[in-house]
Design a protein. Structure first.
Length: 179
């Protein structure tokens, strides 16, 4: 397993070992000791799976008082996945990291607690998995708008028009969430 640090402290890209031949492949998607050695020490308590079509943009979401760490991956299709640092005392506060996750590259992205998270589907459809370190609580959710110019995420949309939920269209800018 290869672990690559990003410019955002705690966010890492994980490339699990993949064993393949003409019949297909096998990979270990999580093993507590190996991932602990990689720095993922919080226990995972909830697994989620979503399927979305091209252009669906989910995010940028976070939990206000019960932040979740997320180990995310794409098992089918292609997504651009993003983390935004929301830790007030962090030297990278407001900065983002993005990675292309696909069913073929098998990469995982760990987004620790204290970050907003979102993704956009680039392929016709995509299956996306999340392992979370805390339970989702709808009364505790927050978010920032996907195209906040102060954050400046470079979404690789090309000609794709993002499809957002009604809720995500109304999210505030980063500078408005701490007031």
């Amino acid at each position: 397993m290869k672990v690559t640090k990003t410019k955002l402290d705690g966010c890492v890209i994980i490339e699990p070992n993949v064993f393949g031949d003409a019949r297909g492949f096998f990979k270990e998607t999580f093993q507590v000791e190996r991932y602990r050695e990689a720095g993922l020490t919080l226990p995972f308590v909830q697994d989620n799976h979503s399927r979305s079509s091209q252009g669906v943009l989910r995010g940028l979401h976070f939990q206000k008082t019960k932040p979740q760490g997320k180990l995310v991956s794409c098992s089918q299709g292609e997504v651009f996945d993003v983390a935004v640092d929301l830790r007030p005392n962090s030297p990278t506060y407001g900065q983002w990291e993005g990675i292309i996750l696909t069913g073929d590259n098998h990469q995982q992205f760990y987004v620790p607690p204290g970050f907003a998270h979102g993704f956009v589907v680039l392929s016709d459809t995509a299956d996306f998995q999340y392992k979370c370190t805390d339970y989702y609580d709808p009364s505790d959710e927050g978010g920032i708008i996907w195209n906040d110019p102060d954050v400046g995420i470079k979404w690789p949309l090309g000609d794709i028009e993002p499809a957002l939920s009604e809720k995500d269209m109304k999210l505030p800018r980063l500078n408005d969430i701490n007031q």
